[in-house]
Design a protein around this ligand. Sequence first.
Ligand code: FES
Length: 89
Amino acid sequence: MPEQTLAVLTLEGVRVTVPAGTTVLAALQNAGLSPLRRSLSGEARGALCGMGSCSECRAVVDSQTVRTCLTPVRDGQNVRRLMEVNRES
Ligand code: FES
């Protein structure tokens, strides 16, 4: 069996190790970090399409807002949900 390559990143300040090739969205969901953000009226929002069409999975990765369902994990990434970023601003 081939050895699995891993990536170490930070989700909301917590270091996690996930298989390389995982999307940031999967890493967030597997860590139980849901919802990803809140609507202007305060409703919980999260990934819908999983293929880059809806933009509901946006989060901040290394200071850039990205669609997490299209973003592969990389070593050293710093990931924050928009609701956490907005809470602090
Ligand atoms: S879940 Fe729809 S763009 Fe990512």
